[in-house]
Design a protein around this ligand. Structure first.
Ligand SMILES: [Fe+2]
Length: 273
């Protein structure tokens, strides 16, 4: 599958990021008192009501919270109404055998690399380390990144991975960061074509620039974590998603959208996740 640019806005690729849905087998499964299926469905409904003509969906990990086939089925059925191809990669909570058997469909694809229109490419990395919350890129994943950046030097690049490659400033979350971020950045620095690095995992809106590239994190479709808090803390912001518009000159516009304020409030007395 090759994502082609929107015909109304020449050479601009529009993408939608939905991340950290944390779905369960049970329809009423909840995380910190938020029913993740309900908040996910509310986000999909809100996206449908919006007029953002995206060409593809990016699901950047933690699709499931309980490792069940049913939770992945729930995701696949949930995004059907959006009628656009969905690219996924695993987060620390995901179970790759189930993702690989349940998720692939005409709509949901797993690829490591995709050309986007005439000017961009995206590289999807697997940063999961089985059984632990932190991330790490294998030598093979670093090689994939290096190879594709070298193979298409003229293409602006969007890199996707679940874990944050730059600390967010919250000690409890930053202990679960990408542990080999130094090696990742060494590869990025060997090239000049990485424009943006998009992740999930931290359940908050972040946009920082590092070594010439934007490092962007996006709210979860369920609970939100409070920025700049050393101890575990929930945020009162509503579930959200992200829009991206990639322009032919390598610039891009992006914005976070959220559900109406006050919806899907978590249990603020929780002291862990
Ligand atoms: Fe995560």
């Amino acid at each position: 599958m090759k994502v082609t640019s929107n015909t109304t806005v020449k050479d601009t690729i529009k993408l939608l990021q939905i991340t950290d849905t944390h779905l369960f087998e049970a329809e009423d499964g909840s995380l910190l008192s938020v029913c993740t299926n309900e908040s996910f469905k509310a986000v999909v409904d809100a996206v449908q009501q919006d007029n953002f003509a995206f060409e593809a969906i990016l699901a950047t990990g933690d699709i499931s919270q309980d490792h069940t086939d049913a939770s992945y089925q729930r995701f696949a059925e949930g995004i059907l109404p959006l009628q656009k191809p969905c690219y996924w990669l695993p987060g620390n909570h995901d179970y790759k055998p189930s993702m690989s058997t349940v998720l692939p469909s005409e709509q949901i694809v797993q690829v490591e690399h995709e050309l986007l229109g005439d000017s961009w490419q995206m590289i999807l990395l697997d940063s999961q380390v089985e059984g632990v919350p932190h991330g790490r890129l294998s030598p093979q994943q670093l090689e994939l990144l290096d190879t594709k950046l070298a193979e298409y030097p003229e293409r602006h690049t969007l890199v996707l991975l679940h874990h944050h490659s730059l600390l967010v400033g919250s000690a409890w979350l930053d202990q679960h960061t990408l542990k080999d971020a130094d090696q990742f950045w060494q590869v990025v620095e060997r090239h000049t074509n990485v424009r943006a690095i998009l992740c999930g995992h931290v359940h908050q809106d972040m946009h920082k620039v590092h070594k010439g590239a934007s490092v962007i994190a996006t709210p979860s479709t369920c609970v939100q974590f409070k920025p700049n808090s050393d101890d575990f803390a929930l945020d009162s912001c509503s579930p959200g998603w992200r829009e991206l518009e990639l322009h032919a000159d390598g610039s891009f516009d992006t914005r976070v959208k959220r559900l109406e304020e006050g919806l899907f409030s978590p249990n603020f007395d929780s002291n862990g996740y």
